[in-house]
Design a protein around this ligand. Structure first.
Ligand code: 26W
Length: 826
C-alpha cells in the first residue's frame, strides 16, 4: 500500500558519486577520507549544482523562445534557508542522493548541516519572498527575485547569561557552491551630485546627473529549482564594487579623495542587513541600499526587454515589478527616470508604462514601520529621483483636488511629499496598479482604517492575497516522517497540489491512524528534544505538551503574555503542588532587533523564568521553559515538526498575516490564538472546535485605540493572580540580585504617567482569556484521541495555505504571466 513520497527520477546516482569524488579532488586535492565535513558539503553542493545548471540553461533557452511575461519580485530580503536539501528535494532526487551518500559512507543529514543558513532577511516578509520563488518555479512561471547580496546576513544570536548577544553572520566565509557571479551584467549606480540640463548631439535637452559618486553593481545568480518540472528561475542578488577612477596622470587631490570615497561607498552599501523588523530607523545607508539594488535591477530588466523588443512603451506587456513592501518603492521613480532620460519618452508615456508595471504589497500596519524619508536626505542622495517624485506628487495632488475640491485635509493626509518628508507608501499607492494586503482581515483593515482615504479615491487598486507557505520545505523536507505518512494515505499529489491533502479527513476518526500520527509526532519531539539537549543542555520530556512560540520578538506578538502565563502556572503549582497538571514544555525562539530594549529584556525574562522553574524541585519537571538560541529557517523545520501547540497570540489587528501559523498547522499543531491575521482564515478552514481562540477582536482593539476606555491598573487592582505575576517582575523573584531588572517591562504594562501608552498591546486585558484557553488546551490534550483527531484535521485542512495558491492568485489577478512548459526530454 505504501507509496513513496519521492517519485523516482532520471537521476544518475553513479555519475553523481563520481562527481562528488572528483570535486573533492579538484577543489581540495583530497580524498573523501581526508576531506573535512565542510569540504564534503562543498563537493556535494557543486555536484548538485552541475545537475541544476543543465535545467537552468534549458529553462532560459525556452524563455528566450517563448518570451513569457516575467515578474520581478523586488525585495530587500530573501530568507532562503539552506539550499542543498531543498534543491535535492525539488530535483526529486532525495532518495538516490541519500543512497549515494550511504554508499560513500556519508550521512546526508550531517552534510546538510554544514551549510550556513543564508539569512538575508529578518522574518515573515523575507521568508514569504522565498516561498514565493519556490512556488513560481514549481508552477512554471518566469520570475526573478531581485535583492542584495549582504556580506553579513541576519546576526547570529548567542545567549549569554540569559541575554541576547549579536554575533556577525559571515555566511560566505567558506564560499557558496550554488552562486554564479555574472560580471557581464554589471550596472553602474549613481548617488549624489546635482541635476543639470544638457543639450545633446541631437539638439534634445536632457536631464543629467553630474558630480555624483557611483558604484558598480555585480549580480550573483542563485538557482530556484521548481519541484519535478525542470524549471529553474533565478534569484539575482547584487554585490557592490568600487569603480576605479585613478588616472595616474590626473592624480590630484580631488580625484584621490573621490576615489577613496567611492571605494568606501561600495564597501559599505552591501555590508549588512538591517536587523529591524517592523521598525523604521531612517538611516541614510538604508536608502542607499534601496536605490542600489533597485537601480541595478530596473536597468537590467529594461536592458533584457530591449534585447528582444523594440517598443519600450509596451514594457508592461512583458514585465511586472512586484514591490515587497515600500522598501523597493524607488523603483517607480527609477523606471520613470530611465524611460524619460534614456529612452526619451514623454512624462505621459513614461507614466503609462510605470503605472501598468508596478504593484505594491503592504505587510504591516504598525505605524513605526512606515518609511518616511526627510526631503533633505532624499534629495541630496538621489537628486534626479527626487525631482521626479516631486512631479509625481504635484500631479497626484491635482488629482486629489479634482476629486475633493477645496479639501486641504485630504492633501495633508495623502500627499507623497508633506511636512518635509517623502512618504514611500503614498508613492507606491499612487504609482502602481495594485495595492494588496496579505490576509483577508489585514486587507479589510487597510481599506477601512490605515489606507482609507486612498481606498476611497482608488478602490479598484485594492485587493487581498492571503499569504501561503511552501509545503516542499515545511513538510516534505522538514518532516519526512509525516510527509511519508500523508503520501501513504492520500498519494503524493499534495506536494504540488496541497488541497489534495484534504483526503486525509476520512482518517481523522480512524484510531489506527490517530496512533500512527501521534507516534510520528512523538518521534519528531524526540528529535527536537535531542537538539535541545545538545544546544541548551536542558532535558525535556517528549511526552509533555510541546507548546511553541517561534517568531521575531516584538511587543505586539506578545511573547510577554506567554511568559507571564508561565509564571502564573508556576505560582499555581507552587501553591498547590498536588494539583492535576499535564506536563508542558514551553518553547520559545526569537531574535530581537539589536536596539529594541523591551524585546531584549523579554528574552532575559524568559531565560530567567526558565532558570527558576526548570530547577525547582516542587515543579519536578512538570513545567519546562526552553529558549532556543539562534532561531532560523534550518532549526525552524525541526521545531514545526515537533509542535503540539502553536502560539499565535498577537494583539488582534497587529499581525498582518503571520506565516508561522500556517507552518504549524501543516505539521499538525493546534493553534492557540487571537482572531488576527491569517488565524481568522485558519480557523475558518479547520473549524473553531479544532483551535483555541481567545481575546479581544480587532474591532475591539481598534475601538479602544481610537476612543480610549481601557485602564490596565483596574485589572491590576482587581485581579490578585495578575497582580502577583506583575509584582514578581519587580520583587526579585526572577532576578534576586537585581530586583529592578524587569521594571521597564512592568512599566510598559502599567505606567500611569502616560495612560494611553500603558499596556498598548492589551496583555492584561487578554490575560484571563488566554489562561482559560490554555486550560482548554490542557484538557483537550488529556484526551489523546480527540487531540489526534484535531491534529490530523489541521493537516487535512491546510490546503488553502500553500504559497502555490497565493502565487496563482497573483498570476491570475495581477501579473497575468504565461505558463511555461519545457519540451519533454528525449
Ligand atoms: C523599515 C523597517 C521595516 C522592516 C521590515 C518595516 C517593515 C518590515 C516588514 C514589512 C515587516 C514584516 O516582515 N511583516 C510581516 O510580513 C509577513 C509576510 O507578509 C506577515 O506574515 C507578517 O504578519 C508581517 O508582520
Amino acid at each position: 500500500k505504501k507509496k513513496d513520497t519521492q517519485e523516482s527520477s532520471s537521476f544518475d546516482k553513479e555519475l553523481f558519486k563520481r562527481s562528488v569524488l572528483y570535486n573533492v579532488k579538484t577543489l581540495y586535492r583530497k580524498t573523501l577520507e581526508e576531506a573535512t565535513p565542510q569540504q564534503i558539503f562543498q563537493a556535494v553542493g557543486y555536484a548538485i549544482k552541475d545537475v541544476v545548471i543543465d535545467n537552468w540553461l534549458t529553462t532560459h533557452k525556452e524563455y528566450d523562445k517563448q518570451d513569457p511575461k516575467t515578474v520581478y519580485y523586488l525585495s530587500m530580503e530573501f530568507l532562503m534557508g539552506r539550499a542543498l536539501g531543498n534543491n535535492i528535494i525539488n530535483l526529486q532526487a532525495y532518495k538516490p542522493v541519500k543512497e549515494a551518500m550511504d554508499e560513500l559512507g556519508l550521512d546526508l543529514n550531517v552534510i546538510e548541516d554544514q551549510e550556513p543558513d543564508p539569512a538575508l532577511g529578518n522574518g515573515g516578509l523575507g521568508r514569504l519572498a522565498s516561498c514565493f520563488l519556490d512556488s513560481l518555479s514549481t508552477l512554471g512561471y518566469a520570475a526573478y527575485g531581485c535583492g542584495i547580496r549582504y556580506r553579513y546576513g541576519m546576526f547570529k544570536q548567542e545567549i549569554r547569561d540569559g541575554y541576547q548577544i549579536e554575533v556577525p553572520d559571515n555566511w560566505l566565509v567558506d564560499g557558496n557552491p550554488f552562486e554564479l557571479r555574472r560580471p557581464e551584467y554589471a550596472k553602474e549606480v549613481k548617488f549624489g551630485g546635482y541635476v543639470n540640463v544638457r543639450i545633446d548631439e541631437n539638439g534634445r535637452s536632457n536631464f543629467v546627473q553630474e558630480g555624483y559618486q557611483s558604484v558598480r553593481a555585480i549580480p550573483y545568480d542563485l538557482p530556484i529549482v521548481g519541484y519535478g518540472n525542470g524549471i529553474v528561475n533565478t534569484l539575482r542578488i547584487w554585490d557592490a564594487e568600487a569603480i576605479e577612477c585613478f588616472h595616474l596622470d590626473s592624480f590630484d587631490k580631488g580625484d584621490y579623495q573621490k576615489a577613496v570615497e567611492q571605494a568606501n561607498l561600495a564597501k559599505n552599501i552591501v555590508e549588512v542587513l538591517y536587523p529591524n523588523d517592523n521598525h523604521y530607523a531612517g538611516k541614510e545607508l538604508r536608502l542607499k541600499q534601496q536605490y542600489f539594488f533597485i537601480s541595478a535591477s530596473v536597468q537590467e530588466a529594461i536592458a533584457k526587454y530591449m534585447r528582444k523588443h523594440d517598443d519600450i512603451r509596451k514594457f508592461y506587456e512583458k514585465v511586472t515589478f512586484q514591490l515587497n513592501d515600500t522598501h523597493p518603492t524607488v523603483a517607480v521613480a527609477e523606471l520613470m527616470r530611465i524611460l524619460m532620460d534614456e529612452y526619451y519618452l514623454t512624462w505621459e508615456e513614461a507614466w503609462n508604462v510605470t503605472i501598468k508595471t508596478c504593484a505594491y504589497t503592504n505587510h504591516t500596519i504598525m505605524a513605526e514601520a512606515l518609511e518616511k524619508w526627510p526631503i533633505e536626505l532624499f534629495s541630496r542622495l538621489l537628486p534626479r529621483i527626487y525631482q521626479i517624485i516631486e512631479e509625481i506628487n504635484r500631479r497626484f495632488i491635482i488629482k486629489i483636488q479634482e476629486m475633493y475640491p477645496g479639501n486641504q485635509e485630504k492633501i495633508r493626509k495623502m500627499a507623497i511629499i508633506y511636512d518635509g518628508q517623502v512618504k514611500m507608501a503614498h508613492l507606491a499607492i499612487a504609482a502602481g496598479f495594485s495595492v494588496n494586503g496579505v490576509a483577508r482581515l489585514h486587507t479589510e483593515i487597510l481599506k477601512k482604517q490605515e489606507l482609507r482615504d486612498f481606498y476611497e479615491m482608488m478602490p479598484e487598486k485594492f485587493n487581498n492575497k492571503t499569504n501561503g507557505i511552501t509545503q516542499r520545505r515545511f513538510l516534505l523536507h522538514g518532516n519526512p516522517l509525516l510527509a511519508d505518512w500523508v503520501t501513504a494515505h492520500v498519494g503524493s499529489d499534495w506536494i504540488t497540489d496541497l488541497p489534495k491533502i484534504s483526503k486525509l479527513k476520512i482518517y481523522a476518526d480512524d484510531e489506527k491512524c490517530q496512533q500512527e500520527f501521534m507516534n510520528i509526532k512523538y518521534q519528531n519531539k524526540v528529535r527536537l528534544a535531542q537538539y535541545i539537549l545538545e544546544h541548551n543542555g536542558i532535558e525535556v520530556d517528549p511526552r509533555s505538551i510541546f507548546d511553541v512560540q517561534v517568531k521575531r520578538l516584538h511587543e505586539y506578538k506578545r511573547q510577554l503574555l506567554n511568559i507571564l502565563h508561565v509564571m502564573y502556572l508556576y505560582n499555581q503549582l507552587k501553591d498547590n503542588p498536588e494539583m492535576e497538571f499535564f506536563p508542558r514544555t514551553f518553547i520559545f525562539g526569537a531574535k530581537a532587533a539589536a536596539g529594541y530594549y523591551n524585546a531584549k529584556m523579554t528574552i532575559k525574562l524568559i531565560n530567567s523564568v526558565a532558570d527558576v522553574v526548570n530547577n525547582d524541585p516542587v515543579i519536578n519537571g512538570r513545567i519546562k521553559v526552553v529558549f532556543i538560541e539562534n532561531y532560523r529557517v534550518s532549526n525552524a523545520e525541526l521545531i514545526f515538526a515537533a509542535a503540539d501547540v502553536s502560539e499565535q497570540i498577537s494583539t488582534a489587528s497587529k499581525e498582518a498575516s503571520g506565516t508561522g501559523n500556517m507552518k504549524f498547522m501543516l505539521n499538525g499543531a493546534l493553534t492557540i490564538g487571537t482572531m488576527d491575521g491569517a488565524n481568522v482564515e485558519i480557523v475558518e478552514e479547520v473549524g473553531a472546535e479544532n483551535a483555541f481562540i481567545f481575546g479581544l477582536s480587532s474591532d475591539e482593539v481598534i475601538n479602544f485605540e481610537n476612543n480610549g476606555g481601557y485602564d490596565p491598573t483596574e485589572i491590576f487592582n482587581n485581579d490578585p493572580d495578575v497582580r502577583r505575576v506583575l509584582m514578581q517582575l519587580i520583587n526579585g523573584t526572577f532576578a534576586p540580585n537585581d530586583p529592578d531588572r524587569f521594571r521597564t517591562l512592568y512599566n510598559s504594562l502599567l505606567n500611569t504617567i502616560s495612560t494611553n501608552k500603558a499596556d498598548m498591546y492589551f496583555i492584561l486585558k487578554d490575560f484571563k482569556a488566554y489562561a482559560e484557553a490554555q486550560r482548554k488546551v490542557e484538557n483537550a490534550y488529556r484526551d489523546e484521541k480527540r487531540w489526534a483527531r484535531s491534529a490530523i484535521l489541521n493537516v487535512a485542512c491546510s490546503g488553502k495555505f500553500t504559497s502555490d495558491r497565493t502565487i496563482q492568485e497573483y498570476v491570475d489577478e495581477l501579473w497575468h504571466l504565461d505558463k511555461v512548459v519545457l519540451p519533454k526530454k528525449v
